[in-house]
Design a protein. Structure first.
Length: 192
């Protein structure tokens, strides 16, 4: 977080928080008037757990989660549902883009070893593959969104795929000190 330029941190908030809320404010009067509607916000499991070198991104997703929770109770009397989609790893270009930005900001400073380990990990995690920890396809996440839109009584949150649910379960189960140790252990493996 220390080496991320303020402009980049603000840009992430502009896109992930303020842009989304601007659009939400534009549709709410119409939904209130018809006394029905559903807002589906795309967050991330990164809105409920944070990893090193991603603090600003995680801050935007934590903010989105909080805004969605508050909004859900505000608009419920008008028949409007608010749903949060929390994808885990999805086979997109995100890993490559995020790792490039990470190395540009922190690849040559005091966090270079950690930044390099995180960048290598991101590129590996987002690489298409098979197995229980493989990234989901964008189509799989689209089906989750479609379900959230079409079901009569939506859940407030949908985490997908299975590894996202597992990660959130461990985050919930473990005290901070144990979760931190688990994350650091994984990073140490990459730095060797």
């Amino acid at each position: 977080m220390e080496e991320v330029p303020d402009e980049e941190a603000r840009r992430q908030f502009d896109v992930n928080v303020f842009g989304l809320m601007d659009l939400t404010r534009q549709v709410l009067p119409h939904m209130r008037a018809q006394r029905h509607g559903r807002i589906v916000n795309i967050s991330s499991i990164g809105g409920r757990m944070a990893t090193p070198m991603g603090g600003w991104y995680h801050a935007t997703k934590f903010a989105l989660e909080a805004l969605s929770d508050a909004l859900r109770t505000e608009v419920k009397p008008f028949g409007i549902d608010v749903v949060v989609i929390e994808p885990g790893l999805v086979s997109t270009e995100f890993g490559g883009i995020a790792s490039e930005k990470l190395l540009a900001a922190s690849g040559n400073g005091p966090y270079s070893e950690l930044a390099t380990a995180m960048a290598v990990g991101m590129e590996a995690f987002y690489r298409p593959g098979r197995g229980p920890m493989a990234p989901a396809s964008p189509d799989a996440i689209a089906r989750v969104i479609e379900d959230a839109l079409q079901t009569k009584r939506p859940k407030t949150r949908y985490a997908a795929p299975c590894h996202a649910k597992l990660a959130l379960f461990f985050r919930w189960l473990l005290p901070d000190c144990l979760f931190d140790k688990m994350v650091i252990k994984q990073l140490n493996r990459r730095m060797k």
